[in-house]
Design a binder for this molecule. Structure first.
Ligand SMILES: Cc1cc2nc3c(=O)[nH]c(=O)nc-3n(C[C@H](O)[C@H](O)[C@H](O)COP(=O)(O)OP(=O)(O)OC[C@H]3O[C@@H](n4cnc5c(N)ncnc54)[C@H](O)[C@@H]3O)c2cc1C
Length: 444
């Protein structure tokens, strides 16, 4: 540990230090990180490289974790490297690219891009790191139009398993470039990514909300609308149980609701024309549809931005038959606070080399089951209920799970067999001593 303190200009925290517990805790408090040996917070990329060299010399693995939104646990005896001081975002409006340091979140990237009428392929939460998303492939609001977030990556700046800095592009290191686009954080420490940005002169989006008794009508309309939606329109169906906390505004505090969240990459008039029929479903309580700036995408779902304990599981669905719809409609209640179906398709479903390790997802829908679990006994109830719903949906799944939708206990479900074999071969060749440890290691 003395070597770490000598070699690194940033913070080095060991058990017993007053800030250690906070520093080692993941954003998702339901995940047990295990016995982390040391938390390192590098000041810059050179400092991060020094941390990797120290870990390598000490025979320790490095688990990089900007925040722990996607924490997988099991970091016994490892170095936990936090990237939140690497935060710079630079946009080149002429080339339509952004260089994003590893700790910057999507909100920061979108704020920089929006100044030029551009957008990145952001997800639903502004506080999740762009690098963590992109390494997992990333399903974006704009994925149906432009593909996985990972397909927008032009270059990675990395520290390799020997602690050397390198720039990785498709031309000069195609294997590693392929693995990093969707294969997770197992192959290198990424210090920055260069991504393509996309023109977004206008975006239209928001939330439509009804009391939950309207859920069957809304789900029917969602099924119909997603059959015909252009790639520029993304629709998500969600059954929500809003908490009774005072922070939740009336009239939705404690409400069981059904919502359609939507984003349209185009003009308001066209966006309204495409979605007014949905807003006309009787019983509508809230219609927040409006023109959005690229840095307002996080307002659509308004997901929690503070750490909390949640248990999540997801799976792709081959279709929304009447039977599948009935199972989904019966899912909320008890410990389940969100039962969400995201429409995929479009560019996500079309095979392309640009998708990287993750490959395309042919299945048209993605189910996410989220429960809050402030205590262990509640966690067990959440898991049991999730397993019950998942079992009922087995006829409509292929077993595939997007990498960013994995949860602790799930490992290789994200990859087709040939892609997993290639990832494992690259891991053994590029990191033979196991210096890097992803939240979902490919060799486990
Ligand atoms: C509220 C919320 C909303 C979400 N919305 C979406 C969504 O719309 N679409 C979607 O696809 N997913 C979504 N996710 C899932 C999210 O993409 C994953 O949880 C992702 O792993 C989060 O990345 P992070 O960096 O914030 O998390 P962390 O848990 O800090 O990191 C996740 C993993 O990424 C790797 N990693 C991160 N940074 C580096 C680095 N610099 N070098 C090497 N490896 C690194 C590590 O293996 C690390 O364990 C959401 C999650 C939450 C909690």
């Amino acid at each position: 540990m003395d070597d770490f303190s000598t070699a690194i200009r940033g913070r080095v925290l060991v058990p017993g230090h007053e800030s250690f517990e906070t520093a080692r805790s993941p954003w998702n408090r339901a995940v047990d990180q295990g016995g982390v040996r040391v938390v390192v917070v590098p000041e810059d990329a050179a400092d991060a490289a020094a941390a990797v060299r120290c870990a390598r010399m000490a025979g320790l693995a490095v688990a990089t974790q900007p925040s722990g939104h996607g924490a997988g646990g099991g970091l016994d005896g490892e170095v936990l490297l936090r990237t939140h001081l690497l935060r710079n975002v630079e946009v080149d409006p002429v080339r339509r690219t952004a260089r994003v340091e590893a700790g910057a979140n999507w909100g920061e990237v979108q704020a920089a891009a929006a100044k030029y009428g551009l957008t990145g392929l952001c997800g639903s939460s502004p506080v999740v790191s762009a690098t963590g998303f992109l390494l997992g492939g990333e399903l974006s609001w704009f994925g149906r139009r432009h593909g996985f977030g990972a397909s927008s990556v032009r270059a990675f700046e990395v520290v390799d398993a020997d602690g050397h800095p390198a720039r990785v592009t498709g031309d000069d290191d195609p294997d590693l470039f392929w693995a990093l686009r969707g294969g997770g954080g197992d192959f290198a420490l990424v210090t920055a990514v260069e991504i393509e940005l996309f023109p977004a002169p206008s975006i239209f989006g928001g939330r439509l909300l009804w009391p939950s008794r309207h859920a069957p009508d809304v789900l029917d309309a969602f099924r119909e609308a997603t059959q015909a939606a252009p790639d520029e329109l993304t629709l998500w169906f969600d059954l929500l149980e809003f908490p009774t906390f005072p922070e939740v505004p009336e009239p939705i505090r404690g409400l069981s609701a059904v919502v359609l969240d939507l984003a349209f990459l185009g003009a308001e008039t066209e966006g309204r024309a495409l979605t007014d029929r949905l807003a006309a479903i009787p019983g509508l309580m809230i219609d927040s549809r409006r023109p959005l700036r690229a840095d307002e995408m996080g307002t659509i779902c308004d997901e929690p931005t503070e750490p909390g304990a949640s248990i999540f599981t997801g799976q792709v669905l081959t279709g929304l038959t009447d039977e599948a719809a009935t199972t989904i409609l019966s899912a909320p209640g008890g410990p389940m606070v969100s039962v969400q179906v995201r429409h995929l398709g479009g560019a996500i479903a079309r095979p392309s080399d640009a998708h990287g390790a993750h490959g395309h997802i042919a299945e048209p829908y993605l189910l996410g089951l989220l429960g809050v679990a402030p205590a262990t006994h509640v966690a067990a109830t959440v898991r049991a209920r999730q397993a019950e719903i998942s079992r009922a949906l087995v006829p409509y799944t292929t077993g595939r799970k997007p990498f960013t939708y994995l949860s602790p206990g799930e490992k290789a479900a994200a990859f087709p067999a040939d892609a997993l074999a290639r990832l494992r071969e690259i891991k053994r060749r590029r990191d033979p001593h196991g210096t890097f440890r992803s939240n979902y290691p490919v060799l486990a």
